[in-house]
Each structure stands twice: as structure tokens, then as C-alpha cells.
Design a protein around this ligand. Structure first.
Ligand SMILES: [Zn+2]
Length: 242
């Protein structure tokens, strides 16, 4: 687990009056994170599953590893959950379905934190047990496509497959986020080989290494325009935990 030692500061009391999310930020003055990692599903929502393994747990294991590794590389990183939280419970939009409350909450966190990129982690499932490998879905923008290609390329290499990312027009988050965004379907729980990769601590670490390389390459292509941004690098952001 992540060591939460740093002093907790409320992002902005004014912000919390208007938004149905309260964000605790570990740095002042506020500096937008480089990356927000969105850990898919959680709590009551297990996502897909196979042989008793739930997608939400893999997303969290990989998400926390990615969070730690990006932090070690001195990126500012945010994360939508660090435990088995149900994000829809934090939503004020009680008229919406649980699924929509969940997605809207993730959207609000991202659009509030305003990271430079948003990476949503998920795991796939298919009736076709042979189907395997990573699937990257991107927001229709040049930067999202670039990030998708980099992540896809590194994960393809790890899996020994040759796949292309695809457009995420119908996806709620891809439509409503204000920053370059991708959804990473890490692999197929329904495929025995992928199942082994997704549930093994060491190979999870290798998936994370592949994504870290992709993120580093992305920021080489799109470096910080403002050099003073480097002052607070290494700060940690996260959504409220209940
Ligand atoms: Zn999912």
C-alpha cells in the first residue's frame, strides 16, 4: 500500500462547495498532476471476473503499482481510488443509475484535477477464449492517439501481439474528459495465458513498466511548457477515501 505520510491539505473549500467531490491534495500551491490513473470499478462493482478473480482487484493492484512507479519517476500522479471504494457512493447525482454515477464521479475527479493525461485501467473478458492481449481505447484527439499508440506498442511487445488502438467515441469518459485520455484494457481474464499474466505479481509489474515507458515517451513528445512546473514534481493527489 501507499505510504500516506505527507501533510493533507484541502484542495479548495470553495471548490468543494460546488462539486460533489472533495479532493485532498498533498502539495501547495496547487499544481495539476501529470497523470491521473483511473482504477476501474470497485466496491459493489466487481467488473468482469473469472475463476473467482475480480477485475476490480486487478485494476487496483496494477493501478497502485503504476501510481508508485510514476511517482518514483517524479511525475505528479493522481488516482481515483486506492482501496476497494465504490465511487458511485460519493456522487450527488442520486437520480442517475449506479453505473452512471460511477462514471460521472470519475469524470468530475479528472476534470477537477485537470491532469495532463488520464489513464483508465480495466480488464477484458470474451466468450472467445482465444482472444488475448491489450486493447487501448482513445479519446478522439491527436495527443490521446499518440499516448494510445505508445501504450499499445509497449504492451504489444510484452504480450507478443500486434494490435492497434481504437477510437472510443461511444465511451462516456472518452466523450466528457477535457484532457488526453485513454482506456487500457490490460488483457483478457477469459484467456488462460492472459489470466496468468494479470494475476501474477511479477508480470503485473512488467505491465506497469511497459506503461511507465509509454508515459515517459509521451512526455518527451509533449514536455512541460512551463519550467516552474518542475518545482512541485513528485506531489501526490488522490480522491477522498471513505
Ligand atoms: Zn472494466
Amino acid at each position: 500500500m501507499i505510504k500516506l505520510q505527507r501533510k493533507v491539505l484541502l484542495l479548495s473549500t470553495i471548490l468543494s462547495l460546488f462539486l460533489p467531490v472533495h479532493l485532498y491534495v498533498y502539495a501547495e500551491p496547487y499544481l495539476a498532476p501529470d497523470v491521473v490513473i483511473d482504477v476501474g470499478h470497485g466496491g459493489i462493482d466487481g467488473g468482469t471476473s473469472s475463476s473467482g478473480v475480480l477485475e476490480k482487484d486487478i485494476n487496483l493492484e496494477v493501478g497502485l503499482k503504476l501510481f508508485n512507479e510514476l511517482n518514483k519517476k517524479s511525475f505528479n500522479v493522481g488516482i481515483t481510488r486506492i482501496n476497494d471504494a465504490t465511487l458511485s457512493d460519493e456522487s450527488q447525482f442520486t437520480n442517475l443509475s449506479r453505473h452512471m454515477r460511477d462514471l460521472k464521479q470519475r469524470m468530475i475527479i479528472a476534470n477537477t484535477l485537470k491532469p495532463r493525461v488520464f489513464i483508465s485501467l480495466h480488464v477484458n473478458w470474451s466468450k472467445n477464449k482465444k482472444r488475448r492481449g491489450p486493447v487501448i481505447i482513445y479519446q478522439v484527439s491527436e495527443k490521446s492517439l499518440q499516448l494510445a499508440h505508445l501504450v499499445q506498442g509497449h504492451l504489444n511487445e510484452y504480450y507478443g501481439v500486434n494490435k492497434n488502438p481504437f477510437k472510443g467515441n461511444p465511451y462516456f469518459l472518452m466523450k466528457h474528459l477535457d484532457m488526453p485520455s485513454i482506456i487500457v484494457e490490460l488483457g483478457y481474464l477469459s484467456n488462460s495465458k492472459d489470466f496468468g499474466i494479470l494475476t501474477d505479481e511479477e508480470s503485473q509489474g512488467e505491465l506497469v513498466d511497459a506503461m511507465v515507458r509509454a508515459v515517459e515517451e509521451y512526455f518527451m513528445l509533449y514536455p512541460h511548457e512551463n519550467v516552474t512546473d518542475t518545482v512541485n514534481r513528485g506531489a501526490i493527489f488522490q480522491s477522498r477515501i471513505r
